[in-house]
Ligand binder design. Structure first.
Ligand SMILES: NC(=O)c1ccc[n+]([C@@H]2O[C@H](COP(=O)([O-])OP(=O)(O)OC[C@H]3O[C@@H](n4cnc5c(N)ncnc54)[C@H](OP(=O)(O)O)[C@@H]3O)[C@@H](O)[C@H]2O)c1
Length: 365
């Protein structure tokens, strides 16, 4: 796969073009500001009841109704929630946008799974930054950028790819790397990776490690610190140096444990689970579940969140919040001894430690 950057993208991005950014939330705000600072003419489209209007106006951005923003726009950046798109695009955008303009998505979901058909006579492209809007903006201001995935779903002008790449350049993504893909692949990989690794996988890994230690009689507070708090060290090392580079920076003890015991955790059963997750993403089972729950008012998701919030690890997290956030004097239970160390450590093997002795944190970022 070729990864593009600014050296491949000649010229000032979207010079003389107008971009309508519809929505000013997580992504919309960062897109509007980065585009503006890259010299692109930006108009923000917000509905009448929007609470974001003062924030956008304070930045000196022109704010109008979404319908009005579409009129005369060369690119319409759809930064409203994915679940709103199947209604929003046909009713608000399509009747007002000129033929040959580009509709730009930040995620492939509405087209791949949301039931939204690419409207006739328009280019349909995607520029999906690989991270939240806040980071997109921060890195841009630091002179760097967030990588982005770019795709073309419909190209009526034969200029769709160029427009998408130039939009990515204006966001700052060309400073680091632009990955060309398809709407389907971006969506399927995104859903799979959050379910199997980034959120579903990692939370269950932490939870299972914590439960194992607590069930064996260790202090819940130490189990929390070792299984959750210290994860950041490993993640930062992996992100900065790769898995191999992380292994080069940990103790021989940690290294041997990693290489001989990790497969006991992520063994054949977990890998089979991942294949099931991927199959349910690809055949639309997961998307159907999501959309059905949204249509029913989100009751199932609310219940699942409540159940997860009631787990004992969350109680421990509350108790240790000030330690985890690095506040001086943190960790002392507010209520005195009654809140003291929980769980009988009697019989538990010695040698547990709250510190990170096995990771060479002098190397950590
Ligand atoms: N969040 C991320 O980290 C991330 C990362 C990559 C890509 N994306 C993609 O970026 C896109 C935008 O997501 P987001 O997270 O930025 O959304 P968001 O933070 O929820 O912001 C949505 C914006 O749309 C407006 N809005 C909400 N419902 C609307 C409706 N029915 N009609 C018109 N406007 C409406 C909201 O404005 P008011 O309520 O003020 O009117 C708000 O300004 C999505 O496609 C998402 O998948 C998100």
């Amino acid at each position: 796969m070729r990864i593009l950057n600014d050296n491949d993208l000649v010229g000032k991005p979207l010079a003389g073009k107008t971009v309508a950014v519809l929505g000013y939330g997580n992504q919309g705000e960062a897109h509007a500001l980065n585009l503006r600072d890259s010299g692109v003419r930006v108009v923000v489209g917000l509905r009448a009841e929007s609470l974001s209007r003062p924030k956008a106006e304070a930045e000196g951005l022109a704010v109008v109704a979404p319908e009005e923003a579409c009129v005369g726009a060369d690119v319409v950046a759809l930064m409203v929630p994915d679940e709103a798109m199947p209604t929003f695009v046909p009713t608000v955008v399509v009747p007002n946008v000129r033929p040959g303009a580009a509709l730009l998505f930040a995620h492939g979901f509405p087209i791949r799974f949301g039931g939204l058909e690419p409207p006739e006579g328009l280019d349909v492209v995607m520029v999906a930054p690989m991270g939240p809007g806040l980071r997109l903006r921060e890195l841009y201001l630091e002179g760097s950028g967030l990588p982005a995935a770019v795709a073309v779903e419909q190209d009526v002008t034969k200029r769709a790819r160029h427009a998408a790449l130039m939009y990515a350049k204006a966001l700052g993504s060309g400073r680091v790397g632009i990955f060309e893909t398809t709407f389907s692949d971006e969506t399927e990989i995104d859903l799979f990776s959050e379910q199997a690794v980034l959120t579903g996988g990692v939370t269950r890994l932490i939870q299972a490690g914590y439960d194992t230690l607590v069930e064996a009689g260790y202090e819940p507070a130490l189990a929390y610190m070792e299984c959750l708090y210290e994860l950041e060290l490993t993640v930062n090392l992996i992100r900065r140096y790769g898995i191999r580079g992380m292994r080069e920076r940990i103790s021989r003890t940690a290294l041997l444990g990693d290489l001989t015991r990790g497969d006991l955790v992520i063994g054949p059963e977990s890998r089979e689970g991942m294949r099931t997750i991927l199959a349910q993403v690809r055949d639309g089972t997961f998307a159907r579940e999501l959309l059905e729950d949204e249509r029913a008012g989100g009751e199932r998701l609310r219940r699942l969140v409540e159940e997860a919030e009631a787990l004992p690890i969350e109680e421990e997290g509350k108790r240790l919040a000030s330690v985890a956030h690095g506040e001086r004097g943190g960790g002392r239970p507010a209520g005195g001894s009654g809140d003291g160390p929980a769980g009988g450590a009697e019989g538990a093997p010695a040698g547990g430690s709250a510190g990170p002795p096995d990771l060479d944190d002098s190397e950590s970022p």
